[in-house]
Design a protein around this ligand. Structure first.
Ligand code: URA
Length: 204
């Protein structure tokens, strides 16, 4: 990301921080825009802030976030080297599911984050992020386990870490396998980018 794009992302965040496009503005404590490296090649997209995220203004800081940090570590990443955001930037009361109108109202922020960060691989966490980005109604347990070509990038759908925490060892193996797929997709994307750069004579 060049300086212009970083400034643009900061501008999008500044807009989101005062957003009143949906009623969640009335009940939120903080807007949770996103965290990490604006130049990240790996972007993770969750569902919506929960209680702790709403208090702290950062995505995935509760129990699900601890699991996410562990899984990122296992593929050689940290949250500051990746970029983490949610479909909704504000907490739905009592952590209820996002409503279609809220997703629609919030979708421009995520679209701009994806455009400006321009990651090579997107990991969608759970049904809401996967449905929104992959435009498929099939449930996450059927869609996961594969890498999808997506707008010149790769998209890897996986389970929501909170569901994994509720669901036991079988689900842990599945989310681990999906993070490994993301790691492989990152390596593949890097190889393609290197070959393209070489062809342009940039390494001569
Ligand atoms: N669950 C999410 O989907 N996002 C968060 O930021 C926290 C929990």
């Amino acid at each position: 990301m060049n300086g212009d794009r970083a400034r643009e992302l900061a501008g999008v965040e500044a807009r989101a921080l005062v957003c009143r496009l949906c009623p969640l503005a009335e009940t939120r404590a903080r807007v949770v825009f996103g965290v990490g490296d604006p130049n990240a090649d790996l972007m993770l997209v969750g569902e919506a802030p929960g209680f702790h995220e709403d208090q702290q203004g950062e995505p995935f800081v509760g129990a699900a976030g601890k699991l996410l940090d562990r899984l990122l570590g296992e593929i050689g990443y940290t949250r500051s080297r990746a970029y983490i955001a949610n479909v909704l930037k504000c907490r739905p009361p009592n952590n209820r599911d996002p409503l279609p109108a809220e997703i629609e109202a919030c979708s421009d922020y995520l679209r701009e984050q994806l455009r400006l960060i321009d990651p090579r691989v997107v990991l969608t966490l759970g049904n809401f992020a996967t449905r929104l980005l992959l435009k498929r109604d099939t449930g996450i347990s059927r869609l996961r386990g594969q890498v999808y070509p997506w707008w010149n990038r790769y998209l890897v759908p996986t389970l929501h870490p909170a569901a994994v925490l509720r669901g036991g060892e079988g689900l842990m193996e599945q989310i681990r396998a999906d993070f490994a797929l993301a790691r492989d997709a990152l390596a593949e994307a890097a190889k393609v980018a290197d070959a393209a750069a070489e062809q342009l004579g940039l390494f001569e």
